[in-house]
Design a protein around this ligand. Structure first.
Ligand code: PHE
Length: 346
């Protein structure tokens, strides 16, 4: 009967059971299909009265199958959603996190400080030729400064016959920037440099930041103000005092060595104040000077029109001073315990 069929459909527990019922009622051999076939053997009067009932039965069963199917499918989806729920309040598993190396940290800080002063970041290759690293910087072939640099040379020359080497300082970026950009220029150039040298305060690879300004009418006062402003911002102290000492670099004229005043506090050097005060001293910090006319000319610029200053400072040295680290070699050991000791790990 119709009631029995509808009751069985409503009671079907899953989609497979429902499909079995559909075949039982509506399949080729199904009971309702069988009823439909009998219509052909009936007289027209009989068909008139029984036909609509059979069709209504088929429609009723078809509708019941469809709605039960929708209900079962919705239940399956519901169950899956309940199963796959992610509990966002569960604590995540603890994974060790990396941190920024102090050298990268300092380079980022320098880039930020100098960006505020209008300096862009420039780069050059670590594998240099001796023209950019030496000759263009007024260090000719026989110059004793070449020997002083403890240079790593490659066995072969480049296509233009220039000796290839690992750059001994970031100063070749001065030459590259002038040739590439022309004047005026305001850049810093952070990067790796190499010298065959190794003890507690020297590693064969270390980091420098070069600074260079070229414009009209640049003089030593601009250099001093720039260094003072940068060091006060970097060490976050207003009482940084600099002492400019005459020095010599082939690529600057005049050349100035810059010392910074420190106080001895509990045996430790703390930057700030004049180095001439009692209990204070001067610490050598960086090399700098007004750019040599020959170097400006080597960069393709007219030294009668353009003047400039340049400085070079050790990044590792700056990091040691700022964060109170005492062994340069530890910078390159990759020891996470050392990093976390200085607060560079979360
Ligand atoms: N290149 C020099 C060095 O490595 C530093 C320096 C840079 C000095 C620029 C003057 C001007 O020691």
């Amino acid at each position: 009967t119709r009631e029995a069929a509808l009751a069985r459909i409503a009671a079907a527990q899953d989609l497979d059971a429902l499909e079995a019922l559909r075949i039982e009622f509506l399949g080729k051999q199904g009971s309702i299909s069988g009823l439909l076939k009998t219509l052909g053997t009936m007289s027209p009067e009989e068909r008139q009265s029984v036909g609509p009932q059979i069709h209504a039965l088929r429609e009723g069963v078809t509708d019941a199958l469809a709605s039960r199917k929708a209900a079962l499918e919705a239940a399956v989806l519901e169950a899956r959603l309940a199963n796959e729920t992610v509990d966002l309040t569960l604590p995540a598993p603890e994974a060790p996190r990396g941190s920024v190396h102090p050298v990268s940290q300092v380079m980022d800080e320098l880039a930020e400080i100098f960006a505020d002063l209008g300096f862009a970041v420039a780069t050059g290759p670590e594998i240099e030729d001796d023209w950019h690293n030496f000759t263009a910087l007024n260090i000719p072939e026989s110059h004793p400064a070449r020997a002083m640099h403890d240079t790593f040379y490659f066995p072969d020359k480049d296509a233009e016959g220039r000796a290839m080497l690992l750059r001994t300082h970031t100063s070749p970026v001065q030459i590259r920037a002038m040739i590439e950009q022309g004047a005026p220029i305001r850049i810093i150039a952070p990067g790796r440099v190499y010298r065959s040298d190794s003890d507690a305060t020297h590693t064969p690879m270390f980091h420098q930041v070069e600074g260079m300004v070229i414009d009209r009418g640049i003089h030593l006062g601009h250099l001093k103000w720039t260094l003072e402003t940068f060091l006060k911002a970097f060490f976050e102290r207003d009482d940084i005092v600099l002492r400019l000492r005459p020095s010599y670099f082939p690529f600057t004229e005049p050349s100035v060595e810059v010392d910074v005043g420190f106080a001895l506090v509990g045996g430790r050097r703390v930057l700030g104040g004049s180095g001439d005060a009692p209990g204070h001293g001067w610490m050598e910090l960086l090399g700098s000077g007004m750019m040599n006319r020959k170097v400006i000319a080597a960069g393709g610029l007219d030294p009668d029109e353009w003047q400039g200053f340049a400085f070079g400072v050790g990044v590792d040295r700056l990091a040691m001073l700022k964060y109170g680290m005492d062994d340069l070699r530890a910078f390159f050991d990759g020891d996470a315990r050392w990093l976390s000791h200085y607060g560079f790990n979360p």
